[in-house]
Design a protein around this ligand. Structure first.
Ligand code: A3D
Length: 314
């Protein structure tokens, strides 16, 4: 049985833990800084397993030693921006959390594939990779989860708009996990029919905007906290492709060395995901407009990553 460790037993982390366990994919360890809380959540989940006679083990811990031997480590630790906190303060705080987490991952789970979920996603993945590459990881086994979620949101909005089954829809969102993400219309199809033949320009524009705003829409309804069911499910999809060596093509945030013309940058691109992590970045044809949009997204990420150097974080 595989072992997946999740750092940060908050909303995304604990939802993911229960999904992994319910799907009987792997034993799960949740680590958090909050004293005892992960133990309480694990105990509750183990009792849920008892209801289903499911023998998956779920451990909650405040001790990183428990992540030893993990096949996959998912990082969801971080704090949300608080009132009065500048973006730089948030970047500083979450970068320090990421550094601490990654230091423990390299110490105790040196053979793991790392999936970053913490925001700001592209920057946190970049930071994790920059540290882990000094300890035997490569750019294909440190990655970020965002594109699967953003694509699922786009797919849901399309299905709702057209009143057609989700089964028939292939939606693709690339770029940064932010307002410059790029829903790729030329590769979004319904039963093979290009989306641009099914919806008018104005309708498509609305769906693209709603997708870009997908996280914020949920935040404004929840009042506190942010989305976690779909983010956890999207991470599960990546984990399944790795554990079962499915070699699915999924949009994943990957460190580029020349792909799509990008260097020294983490950005969401289609990749083949298998048991060793990312097997390759898939280069697809984009329209001139999409390429331009992806370049804007890349520039935005570059600016944010630059702050890591300005603030002496890396
Ligand atoms: P939340 O429920 O607050 O959980 C975060 C957890 O991290 C809390 O339990 C904290 O105690 C814990 N934590 C804080 N510092 C540390 C530390 N040093 N070591 C270990 N644990 C720590 O948030 P959430 O679960 O809703 O979201 C988690 C992260 O994922 C946030 O950064 C979100 O912004 C991000 N997120 C990203 C996406 C993407 O699509 C990329 C989607 C949803 C959430």
């Amino acid at each position: 049985m595989r072992k997946v460790s999740i750092i940060g037993a908050g909303n995304v982390g604990s939802t993911l833990a229960s999904l992994i366990a319910l799907n009987e994919l792997a034993h799960v360890v949740m680590v958090d800084v909050v004293q005892d809380m992960p133990k309480g959540k694990a105990l509750d989940m183990m009792q849920m397993m008892a209801v289903f006679n499911n023998s998956i083990k779920i451990v909650g811990s405040n001790d990183y030693q428990d992540i030893k031997g993990s096949d996959i480590v998912v990082i969801t630790a971080g704090i949300a921006r608080k009132p009065g906190m500048s973006r730089e303060d948030l970047l500083n705080t979450n970068s320090n959390i990421m550094k601490e987490v990654v230091e423990n991952v390299r110490k105790y789970a040196s053979n793991s594939i790392v999936i970053v979920v913490s925001n700001p996603l592209d920057v946190m993945t970049y930071l994790a990779y920059k540290i882990l590459k000094n300890y035997g990881w490569n750019r294909f086994n440190v990655m970020g989860m965002a594109g699967v979620l953003d694509s699922a949101r786009f797919k849901y909005f399309i299905s709702e708009k057209l009143g057609v089954s989700l089964d028939n829809i292939n939606a693709l969102v690339l770029g940064s996990h932010g307002d410059t993400m790029v829903p790729v219309l030329t590769h979004t199809t319904i039963s093979g029919i290009p989306i641009e033949k099914m919806l008018k320009k104005e309708e498509l524009k609305e769906l693209v905007e709603r997708t870009r705003n997908g996280g914020a829409e949920i935040v404004s309804l929840l009042k506190t906290g942010s989305a976690y069911y779909a983010p956890a499910a999207s991470t599960l999809e990546m984990i399944k492709s790795i554990i079962f060596d499915k070699k699915q093509i999924l949009p994943v945030s990957v460190y580029c060395e020349g792909e799509y013309g990008y260097d020294d940058l983490v950005i969401g691109l289609p990749v083949v995901l298998g048991s060793k992590g990312i097997e390759k970045v898939v280069e697809i044809d984009l329209s001139d407009f999409e390429k331009e949009e992806l370049n804007k997204s890349a520039q935005k990420i570059k600016q944010l990553c630059q702050e890591l150097y300005t603030l002496n974080i890396v």
